[in-house]
Design a protein. Structure first.
Lengths: 177, 112
């Protein structure tokens, strides 16, 4: 019988079993790496570095997981925080203006050829919409769970998902016909 | 009725979420984890083994270098076969009960 995430967490907490943590990493690495790839716009190496940092941070703070949310939701939240810290440092180092970045990525200014690829279209959304759409529509989180991960109000998540989807639909409409 | 574009979008988004193969990712994470501290259960096992060895050594010297064992064997050799069989049966039963108790007692895991 396969152990649940809760069983594995109990082994880590009681026995300090690192193999149990390894099993949790194996189970959740794909969605966490996928989310981070979306957030960093498909820079695979950077996404994997951030995912690695996510799991190491999760291990160090495993005792702070109270089981109020699903373990995967807790991991997404750490991943999002790791990404935000990275983005903040990058902005400070290079002096990149986030608004300018988002304006550059506005769907209306994107090469029309990119509309043929949903992943590129998704990557072209502003960060807050891209994140909300990725969490809710790709990773299957509820709006409540996404609000918990992103630490923003539920209404904002719904708005971001709706706006992101509308933009994607516009791009898909041209692509689908 | 759903907007066909919504259905198309949902389907495409789900399709565009491929499983990412591990390809050594978990191993890299495990190598970077902080060194494991000795867990309480390991410490407990060590304390029990050490206390047992110490008790045996103390008992050995306190009893005149194990003369009680010699005396016990001498007494047992004077037993009748039936009495000896009963002693062996009692010891075996006690060991079995202890073993079953240890195996069947549930562990108290932390509720997460």
């Amino acid at each position: 019988m396969e152990l649940t995430d809760g069983d594995l967490l109990a082994r880590i907490l009681v026995d300090g079993d690192q193999h149990a943590f390894g099993e949790l990493v194996r189970r959740h690495q794909s969605p966490v790496r996928g989310l981070l790839r979306q957030l960093v716009r498909a820079d695979v190496e950077l996404a994997d570095d951030l995912a690695q940092e996510t799991f190491i941070r999760a291990y160090k703070h495993i005792r702070s997981f109270r089981g109020e949310a699903k373990f995967s939701t807790w991991l997404y939240r750490i991943a999002y925080n790791v990404f935000r810290e990275h983005a903040r440092k990058r902005r400070e180092l290079v002096g990149i203006d986030e608004e300018r970045l988002q304006a550059e990525a506005d769907p209306q200014t994107v090469d029309p050829g990119l509309r043929h690829d949903l992943m590129n279209a998704l990557a072209s959304l502003p960060l807050h919409e891209r994140t909300a759409v990725t969490l809710c529509c790709q990773n299957g989180l509820s709006h409540d769970e996404a609000a918990h991960v992103l630490d923003i109000p539920l209404g904002t998540v719904k708005t971001n998902v709706l706006r992101g989807r509308e933009k994607l639909k516009k791009m898909l409409a041209a692509w689908a016909t | 009725m759903n907007d066909p574009l919504d259905d198309l979008l949902d389907a495409r988004l789900r399709d565009e979420t491929p499983y990412i193969d591990d390809t050594g990712f978990t191993e890299r994470v495990m190598k970077q984890l902080p060194r494991r501290r000795v867990s309480w259960s390991s410490q407990r096992s060590f304390i029990i083994v050490a206390a047992t060895i110490l008790s045996v050594v103390v008992a050995y010297f306190a009893s005149g270098e194990g003369m009680f064992v010699h005396d016990a064997f001498a007494q047992m050799s004077g037993l009748r076969p039936l009495q000896l069989l009963l002693v062996i049966l009692a010891c075996g039963t006690a060991m079995t009960v202890a073993g079953l108790w240890a195996a069947l007692t549930p562990r108290h895991d932390t509720i997460v």
